[in-house]
Design a protein around this ligand. Structure first.
Ligand code: SF4
Length: 79
């Protein structure tokens, strides 16, 4: 049975253990979804995230990753 598509808003995952607090991701984010908090980058405004990937690409520490969900559509019945 097909599963309903979840109405979730994915956001980048920031590995706090890798983040050095350089702030590059915050500066490059076009929608201001990220901010610095206690010296580390955080997704402070998740609904603003447009999933552009600018933050992931610019991070010199590879501290940011963007999860993707692969969804298979049900096979259409042969007519
Ligand atoms: S670019 Fe990477 S290391 Fe720099 S603040 Fe953002 S997550 Fe941290």
């Amino acid at each position: 049975m097909a599963q309903p598509i979840q109405d979730e808003h994915p956001v980048p995952i920031i590995d706090a253990a890798r983040c050095t607090g350089c702030g590059l991701c915050v500066r490059v984010c076009p929608t201001h979804a990220l901010m610095m908090k206690d010296g580390l980058a955080v997704v402070a405004n998740p609904q603003a995230c447009a999933y552009t990937g600018h933050c992931e690409r610019i991070c010199p520490e590879q501290a940011i990753s963007r999860p993707f969900q692969i969804v298979f559509s049900p096979k259409e019945e042969a007519k």
